[in-house]
Design a protein. Structure first.
Length: 283
């Protein structure tokens, strides 16, 4: 039963838009002859033409999305056979709708049908534009804002302001143990959620607020006592964010230290190791 429903659904998705376009197109063509209509009948016909045009435009948009969808490969990542259509489905529909509208308007006998088609297509394209602005465009804005923040971090790093702290950290690395030597990794009491809540409490109200939710990645050494030492930024957002993140890490309470694996020469005991902490900044 489930297989039958799946096959029917796939059949409907693949053949639905072309069949709908054909049926709606024939109906639109039949109603496009408005010679002799006047007054209320003419206005009603115009409304029906706009409704059919909107349905045609929406069906064509679905068809473009289906035809240009990315298909998984056996030994390669999914890709589309029509990359431009996949990236610009709304633009494709806009060009097709504009061409159809101009074609109809150019014929005096079907000029009213052209206006109706243009009105219906405009409604659908406006909806697609609003959807794009509220979804994909907002994601692009966030990615662009995050990129500019990371570029500020790159420029700050190139000034050499972090060099002294990083050199001090590098000198301490020989006494830190690799994760393969550890039985238990260092952990904040209460886990990640408790750590995030503690970071939120320690963040000052005057801390900078980024245009998007993002983070500063801080690396430090967790001593056998659980204290965090030699914190430094490995992935930052610029001096203001970085200084706030370092201040918060320095104020964090002790972690549960790493526990080394027992060996023939060493008992099970706390050991020093490195750890990275994400300090989140919220929009």
């Amino acid at each position: 039963m489930s297989t039958t429903l799946l096959v029917f659904f796939l059949f409907l998705v693949i053949l639905g838009p072309p069949v709908a376009i054909l049926a709606l197109g024939l109906r639109f063509h039949k109603l496009s002859h408005v010679a002799g209509l006047t007054g209320r009948a003419r206005r009603i016909r115009l409304v029906w033409l706009a409704v059919l045009a909107a349905a045609l435009t929406g069906s064509f948009y679905l068809l473009v999305c289906i035809v240009s969808a990315k298909l998984p490969g056996a030994h390669a990542p999914a890709r589309s056979n029509w990359p431009w259509l996949h990236e610009h489905p709304a633009t494709t529909v806009l060009l097709a709708a504009l061409g159809m509208t101009l074609l109809l308007v150019a014929q005096p006998a079907k000029r009213l049908a052209g206006f109706g088609f243009g009105a219906g297509a405009l409604v659908v394209l406006t909806g697609l534009g609003i959807h794009w602005f509220l979804t994909d465009h907002q994601e692009d804005v966030k990615l662009n804002a995050a990129w500019h923040l990371r570029q500020a971090d790159v420029a700050y790093r190139e000034t050499g302001a972090r060099r002294a702290v990083l050199d001090s950290f590098q000198l301490q690395l020989p006494r830190c143990h690799h994760k393969d030597e550890l039985e238990l990794m260092p952990e904040f009491p209460g886990g990640y959620r408790a750590l995030d809540e503690q970071i939120r409490r320690l963040m000052r109200p005057t801390a900078p607020h980024p245009p998007v939710d993002t983070y500063v990645q801080v690396e430090c050494i967790v001593e056998p006592t659980g204290q965090l030492t030699f914190p430094h930024v490995v992935e930052g957002l610029g001096p203001d964010y970085d200084e706030e993140a370092l201040r918060i890490v320095r104020l964090l309470p002790p972690f549960e230290p790493a526990i080394g694996r027992p060996t023939e020469t060493r008992a099970r005991q706390p050991l020093a190791c490195t750890k990275q902490i994400s300090v989140s900044f919220y929009h």
